[in-house]
Design a binder for this molecule. Structure first.
Ligand SMILES: NC(=O)c1ccc[n+]([C@@H]2O[C@H](COP(=O)([O-])OP(=O)(O)OC[C@H]3O[C@@H](n4cnc5c(N)ncnc54)[C@H](O)[C@@H]3O)[C@@H](O)[C@H]2O)c1
Ligand SMILES: [Zn+2]
Ligand SMILES: [Zn+2]
Length: 404
């Protein structure tokens, strides 16, 4: 039997490539695994040979020690791979299929899955609704920044590419379908972006850039991307976005210069709870983005919030932040009748359509986020560079399938 290696979280600031078990069709005990999940058989699942698995800002929250992630948790929820083994109950996915894996693990059988709310499946995590591969509080499913990984409910979860050779030619675009492209697009959709909309996207990390691409696909007239990282703002300008540098202060003045008014029709929070305050040398201020989006969104508008907010943050700036409680000016949002959408993106709602847009050359998501291929052994360096704010989206290629 083949061995397996994966990227494990060790302690704040440290990940390591470890030898791990070759995955099978049964849930074993391990870091973060809920006892009620141990021993579950997965005859509806497959084992994938991982072709690509991307590093995400969501992983960084764990690696920075800003969550309660347990040591030795194998990371990786953004997975694309080839089926090498399938369980007895898998009917329509075949060995050899090349597939994208939505980062949400969903059963396809519960009430929420039936309603398309696959980010809050009721049957995959005994602790709370919703699960993901390699993620804290998400059921303890082993992550895919590894050579091999198990995917449950394969007929339901996997998006098979119609042509393997064509898919390998566009693999750096298609690898974004497991999370950031649908997530960014969902941010734009739930912000109500329509043809002609003006849009403000807070955060020029990969999710913010994907939200900007999503807003462009939806027909936005102007997409303004904000960050305090100049290299990332330049990346946003490279595909036609305007930019705002929040280290120069609150965005209103800069928006007024760009748009003639200090507000936008739609706004996306692609930052989350580790948000920095506005202005030079501002420290962490977790409610900054949510509060400023309520200010810059026109009355009656909507805010899409893919940015992650947690219920436990050992590094929170105060006692309230340590339990995920933020000081929101909700009155501003109320007075302006603003709507909000939070939570995991239900990837399955968008991945097929976005795949077709990629395969038909209608969108260049890999270029927009500056996809950069690295080996499994280079993953710790990729984490460090991404943490420093590199304007790159790191794509781990554990078998050299892409570099070949
Ligand atoms: N909802 C979902 O399903 C989902 C999926 C993927 C990622 N996420 C979350 O989306 C967020 C973004 O992910 P990413 O990979 O792009 O992360 P990232 O850390 O690479 O990017 C965040 C960016 O926000 C910038 N920033 C900080 N404070 C800011 C402010 N006040 N205004 C503007 N920009 C500011 C940072 O400089 C950084 O460039 C994370 O919180 C991640 O966990 C959510
Ligand atoms: Zn992700
Ligand atoms: Zn379900």
């Amino acid at each position: 039997m083949a061995g397996n290696r994966g990227v494990a979280y060790i302690e704040p600031g440290k990940v390591e490539v470890q030898s791990i078990d070759y995955p099978g069709l049964e849930l074993k005990d391990g870091p973060g695994v809920n006892p009620a999940n141990v021993g579950r058989t997965l005859e509806h699942g497959v084992v994938l040979k991982v072709v690509t698995s991307n590093i995400c800002g969501s992983d960084q929250h764990m690696v920075r020690g800003r969550t309660t992630a347990p040591p030795n948790l194998v990371l990786g929820h953004e997975i694309l791979g080839e089926v090498v083994e399938k369980g007895r109950d898998v009917e329509f996915i075949e060995v050899g299929d090349l597939c994208s894996v939505p980062f949400n693990i969903a059963c396809g059988r519960c009430r929420n899955c039936k309603e398309g709310k696959t980010g809050i499946c009721l049957n995959v995590n005994p602790a709370r609704p919703g699960a993901a591969y390699g993620y804290v509080d998400m059921g303890g499913w082993v992550g895919g920044q590894a050579e091999y990984v198990t995917i449950p409910y394969a007929d339901w979860n996997l998006l098979r590419f119609p042509d393997k050779d064509q898919a390998m030619e566009k693999v750096l675009d298609l690898t974004m379908l497991s999370d950031i492209f649908p997530t960014g697009f969902h941010g734009a959709v739930t912000a109500g972006v329509k043809p002609g909309s003006t849009v403000y996207v807070a955060g020029a990390g990969p999710v913010g850039l994907a939200a900007a691409v999503g807003a462009q696909l939806l027909g936005a007239s102007v997409v303004v991307v904000a960050d305090l990282n100049e290299e990332r703002l330049a990346q946003a300008r490279s595909f036609g976005c305007e930019t705002v540098d929040v280290s120069k202060g609150s965005p209103q003045d800069q928006l007024e210069q760009l748009l003639g008014v200090p507000e936008v029709d739609a706004a996306v929070d692609a930052v989350g709870f580790e948000a920095r305050g506005h202005g030079a040398d501002a420290g962490e201020a977790p409610a900054t983005v949510l509060n400023s989006l309520m200010e810059v969104t026109a009355a009656g508008g909507a805010i899409g919030i893919p940015g992650l907010y947690v219920t436990g943050d050992p590094g929170g700036i105060d006692e309230a932040a340590k339990v995920g409680a933020l000081s929101l000016s909700l009155g501003t949002g109320w007075a302006k009748s603003i709507s909000f959408t939070t939570g995991q993106c239900p990837v399955m709602r968008y991945n097929l359509g976005l795949m077709k847009a990629i395969l038909a050359d209608k969108v260049q998501i890999a270029k927009a986020v500056n996809a950069t291929v690295i080996s499994l052994d280079d993953a710790p360096q990729g984490y460090a560079d991404f943490d420093r704010g590199a304007a790159q989206k790191y794509v781990i290629d554990p078998h050299g399938s892409v570099r070949r």
